[in-house]
Design a protein around this ligand. Structure first.
Ligand code: SF4
Length: 340
């Protein structure tokens, strides 16, 4: 990395062939290369802890084949109307006290509408922002004006995952298009918000689909500041309930390739972590993951509990990444007390 201009060697012109060559490297070589890049742009021992709260659950009109919140599937998810702001604020205070520096609010909406519920979300954003947390929302599609209103309320980032490749997307979701997805990401960027966008592996996609998704993300005019990498957690009642679980080796390839392509980005080890042993999670951090979600639920799917994560941080000598840390500055590996 050029220390005088950390952006100088950030590329947004990766070819599919180049990405394929990286993705297909012998695994240990791939991890070593990713770990090397990771240490040029981030502290190797810092991991951001985030909390994701479902502020409106279930009853969604969309048909995402992996999602238990889609109204059309018969799952155990209980529909929950938009939570009161006090409940959300309390959850954010508890998340902060437990060591989270980023608080993400998810609503099972197809898109944001200019109504009272959106006004209530804007109020939640203001209140959580005032706690000194990075505030993120995932509310479905939005237009530029809505993105602007979120930005003015104090939103730090907006999550909108690409999920998979454009071609495979049509087999997973029919109620909106890949172009809709990219349009929302453009509105988020235009409003000056940080972009959080990643995907899910294990949706029946090929390796070429995974590479294609990484190609789209890494060739955006500006890389997303945040890329969640999820492994499908198949849920009974959804069309993908019988999908086989992905292996940790596949997660490692995704994480390491994302790290090499998008060196400044925070790569988030997201859904599917419950299935991983501690050594497997450690390998993911070595391969360039530098964020986890805390708490025993990720929206509606299970997640390792806080105590387990505290033990993991102690054992691996990890330190929580502070809020609002610049993605551009290479950091020292100064240890901080482990409080997550
Ligand atoms: S992933 Fe989001 S948009 Fe798709 S069904 Fe679930 S809540 Fe709705």
């Amino acid at each position: 990395m050029n220390p005088n201009n950390p952006k100088a060697d950030i590329r947004t012109n990766w070819s599919l062939a180049e990405i394929n060559a990286i993705y297909q490297k012998p695994l240990l070589e791939l991890i070593f290369e990713a770990a090397t890049v990771h240490r040029q742009y981030h502290s190797g021992s810092e991991v951001q802890v985030c909390t994701l709260l479902s502020v409106k659950t279930g009853g969604c009109p969309e048909d995402c084949a992996y999602c238990p919140q889609a109204a059309r599937y018969h799952t155990d998810v209980q529909v929950q109307a938009l939570l009161p702001a006090e409940t959300v604020l309390l959850a954010a205070q508890n998340a902060k006290a437990a060591g989270s520096t980023r608080f993400c609010m998810g609503a099972a909406w197809r898109q944001v509408r200019d109504n009272r519920d959106f006004d209530r979300v804007l109020d939640m954003v203001k209140q959580v922002n005032a706690l000194g947390l990075e505030v993120c929302c995932t509310l479905g599609m939005l237009n530029e004006y809505q993105a602007q209103r979120l930005q003015e309320a104090g939103l730090y980032a907006y999550n909108h995952n690409l999920d998979t490749s454009g071609e495979h997307y049509e087999k997973i979701i029919t109620t909106r298009t890949y172009e809709d997805r990219l349009e929302t990401l453009a509105h988020v960027r235009q409003a000056g918000l940080r972009v959080c966008s990643g995907g899910i592996i294990g949706l029946g996609e090929t390796e070429a689909d995974r590479i294609e998704m990484l190609h789209v993300l890494s060739n955006l005019a500006e890389h997303p500041e945040s890329v969640p990498v999820n492994a499908l957690v198949p849920v009974k009642g959804t069309p993908l309930e019988n999908q086989p679980r992905v292996s940790v080796w596949e997660m490692l390839r995704m994480i390491a390739t994302a790290r090499i392509l998008m060196p400044r980005t925070i790569v988030r080890l997201s859904a599917g972590r419950t299935e991983m042993s501690l050594p497997e999670q450690a390998l993911c951090f070595l391969a360039g993951a530098n964020s986890i979600f805390a708490g025993d639920k990720l929206l509606t799917t299970p997640n390792p509990g806080l105590n387990q994560d505290q033990l993991m941080f102690q054992l691996l000598g990890l330190a929580p990444r502070p809020a609002f840390k610049s993605e551009e500055v290479a950091t020292s590996s100064v240890q901080q007390p482990v409080v997550i």
